[in-house]
Design a binder for this molecule. Structure first.
Ligand code: NAP
Length: 309
């Protein structure tokens, strides 16, 4: 198999923290170019925009879109039109409907479209799914609380329409829940807290259920200082399953089942290489559907303005 030559588009926090090391640590794929208006890497071919990169007719097989979601659709459409495989950072778009034409374009061009959910590659997720498959589930509580000043410094786009606000991290919890719970679930109640000076929520309280009446509560909050919380607790007929630290730890009634440093992005790139080799795409929009439901059903509450510094 020939090595896939990939370009990163949007050289920001996640591209530098995760994509670059994961690409260099994955067999079958190599970083060949960067498209970013304000940033570059020594020794790697650089363009200011994806359009310039595509126009240069470089030998590139794929692009990884690490830009904010508001920019994603136009870039993915252009890359697919140019015959490139496309990896989408989460969330896969700023709307749900914009994904349909991308899925169709990937099918028509025979290219791979991969809507990634990095938290699904956390080490505790598949063991949690296997544990819950045969269990009676009694309740689920999600607490996803972090300090926005630490994790999203200076990211103006995240507070704009389409940036999702606290759902940007919250969708990671939803990507895990939609993977580990054995049945589909749906939103029944939501309250979204919007800082008076921002267009996106800083906190969200969500209530979900499923066809059996399972109670599922989720609290997303960006105002947490000190220790950070990324936990999912599931009460079952066989005791409590706790997935914590965003999916790097799993315990059953206090007994540790998984305790591993996260290597989510290596898993993402291994899967991308496999998808390309098999001519397949992978686009699951269920986490984004729950977020859209949150904006549709959520009662809006105005809270104090968010001033970053
Ligand atoms: P970021 O640090 O703001 O980087 C995004 C980059 O995209 C910018 O550096 C910018 O580079 C480029 N860009 C292109 N069009 C843009 C626009 N209209 N507005 C702003 N930037 C634009 O953001 P990030 O944290 O890397 O997040 C990018 C995506 O990764 C998001 O969808 C996020 O949800 C996801 N993600 C982030 C994290 C995390 O921990 N930060 C974790 C997992 C996933 P140029 O100005 O050089 O073009």
């Amino acid at each position: 198999m020939t090595t896939i030559r990939i370009a990163i588009v949007g050289l920001g926090k996640i591209a530098r923290d995760q994509h670059i090391p994961a690409i260099s640590g994955t067999d079958g794929i190599e970083l060949a170019a960067i498209a970013s208006r304000n940033a570059s890497i020594d020794g790697i071919v650089h363009f200011a925009t994806l359009d310039e990169l595509l126009g240069a007719k470089l030998d590139i097989d794929a692009v990884a879109l690490c830009t904010p979601p508001q920019a994603r659709h136009a870039q993915a459409a252009a890359a697919l039109k140019a015959g490139k495989h496309v990896l989408l950072e989460k969330p896969p778009g700023a709307t749900i409907s914009e994904l349909d034409p991308l899925v169709a374009a990937a099918r028509q061009t025979g290219r791979t479209l991969f809507a990634t959910w990095h938290s699904r590659f956390a080490p505790a997720v598949e063991p949690a799914r296997a544990f819950l498959a045969g269990r009676q589930i009694k309740s689920v509580v999600v607490e996803w609380k972090e300090d926005v000043r630490v994790w999203h410094p200076g990211q103006a786009w995240i507070w704009e329409p389409g940036g999702l606000g606290v759902f940007d991290p919250g969708i990671n919890a939803l990507s895990i829940l939609t993977r580990i719970l054995p049945r589909p679930f749906f939103l029944t109640e939501a309250e979204l807290s919007f800082p008076r000076n921002r267009a996106a929520p800083i906190a969200a309280d969500l209530v979900f259920s499923d066809e059996t009446g399972l109670p599922i509560r989720a609290e997303f909050d960006w105002r947490q200082t000190g220790p950070q919380t990324w936990d999912i607790r599931v009460e079952t007929d066989a005791g409590r399953l706790t997935l914590s630290s965003g999916g790097s730890h799993l315990s059953h009634d206090g007994h540790v089942l998984v305790d591993e440093k996260q290597a989510e992005y290596r898993g993402i790139y291994r899967r991308f290489v496999e998808l390309i080799a098999s001519g397949a795409s992978d686009v699951d929009l269920s986490p984004l559907v729950h977020v859209a439901d949150g904006f549709m059903l959520g009662r809006r509450r105005d809270v104090e303005p968010f001033i970053e510094v």
